[in-house]
Design a protein around this ligand. Structure first.
Ligand code: KG4
Ligand code: ZN
Length: 344
């Protein structure tokens, strides 16, 4: 009887517990995290933003070199902060795509080497799927994933069973914030800079378009909004601090209105009462506030990813890998990086 009990505990540990290291190098953050049983023990993110800022955007060559310089130290620190040593890990998870090819290669090569040395499984994770599931919410729900590279609306029926409803047909939401900031002479990344300026601006100072707000599909478009902003900047002439604040607030309210409205309309159309929001742009305080009030007004539930899980990080990679293990997803070692990996 006692033996049976011990065997049962060992078996349970095997199925349900997993000490896992995640690695993320798809763009300009070098990150490693350790998770155990769905709990983030450490999540080290070394941002290269300052290096890319002078170029006004991410330079792939600089990103991959920087990943190579930082990756070992970031992993060592993630393990140290978690209180575990590499030998205790039960699997290694890494972003396989989408992302910059040369940047992905650094994370994948490192993860593969480590998994080989530890003789543990190597799990590949889809970067956008990791953003998608970085919100603690049980399906069904509609997810808005808004980052620097993507803007997607996804209907999640159950874990791992999701359908892409729509996406941007041109610029991603984060990219639009970055380009708007550039037009206004603000720094990179543009999102936080626009948000800060918008706080002292009038969102009704400029009547900017809400592209595709009433289109019959669930796609987004942000390039027309950017063009309208460029025209407003030209009309304005000299950009006083108040003009920058007003233009920022007007741009932000146009972009956020489209994101919020389409998301909740999509949720209604899919017959779900829950909305999950993630990705770098989900850090935006005005977007968070608008999502909450729209949810309250429509009697729906909204969950937004924690700020530390919004921008690129390895914890979301490790958390999704662990969940996949639990769901019994088989692990293949025969795979390569997939820079253009489409969310299935
Ligand atoms: O998810 P993320 O770190 O990287 C990608 O996978 O792309 O997202 C980065 C994007 C950048 O475009 C940045 O401007 C935007 O997220 N972002 C914001 C805010 N913080 C970051 N956009 C609007 N408001 C913010 N507070
Ligand atoms: Zn991302």
């Amino acid at each position: 009887m006692a033996l049976l009990f011990i065997a049962k505990i060992l078996l349970t540990r095997d199925i349900w517990w997993m000490l896992l290291l995640g690695i993320e190098t798809s763009c300009d953050e070098t990150s490693a995290a350790v998770v155990d049983e769905g709990v983030v023990l450490s999540n080290v993110v070394s941002s290269q933003i300052a290096l890319h800022a002078v170029h006004g955007g991410v330079v792939p060559e600089i990103a991959s070199r920087q990943h190579l310089i930082l990756i070992d130290e970031v992993i060592i620190q993630a393990l140290r902060e978690s209180g575990h040593v590499a030998e205790e890990l039960e699997a290694v998870a890494v972003t396989r795509g989408p992302g910059l090819p040369s940047a992905l290669l650094v994370g994948v090569s490192t993860a593969r080497g480590l998994a080989l040395r530890l003789k543990k499984p190597l799990v590949s994770v889809h970067h956008m799927e990791a953003h998608l599931y970085s919100v603690p919410m049980d399906p069904p729900f509609v997810a808005l994933v808004v980052s620097g590279g993507h803007t997607m609306l996804v209907h999640v029926r159950e874990f791992g069973v999701h359908r892409l409803l729509g996406q941007t047909v041109d610029d991603a939401a984060g990219e639009a914030f970055d380009k708007a900031a550039q037009l206004l002479g603000l720094g990179y990344p543009g999102g936080p800079a626009i948000e800060l300026q918008a706080r002292s601006g009038n969102p009704r100072a400029w009547d900017l378009p809400r592209p595709m707000l009433d289109s019959s599909d669930w796609n987004f478009s942000f390039s027309g909004l950017k063009t309208a902003l460029r025209r407003a900047v030209t009309l304005q002439g000299k950009l006083s601090p108040q003009a920058v604040a007003d233009l920022s607030a007007s741009f932000q309210s146009a972009a956020v209105e489209v994101l919020v409205e389409k998301t909740f309309r999509a949720a209604s159309a899919c017959g779900v009462r829950q909305v999950a929001v993630s990705g770098g742009v989900a850090c935006n305080g005005f977007l968070r506030q608008q999502l909450q009030s729209r949810a309250t007004a429509s009697g729906m539930r909204v969950e937004i990813a924690e700020a530390r899980l919004c921008t690129d990080n390895a914890a979301m990679i490790a958390l999704l890998a662990e969940r996949k293990f639990r769901a019994g997803t088989t692990v293949s070692t025969e795979w390569d990086i997939e820079p253009d990996w489409i969310l299935a």
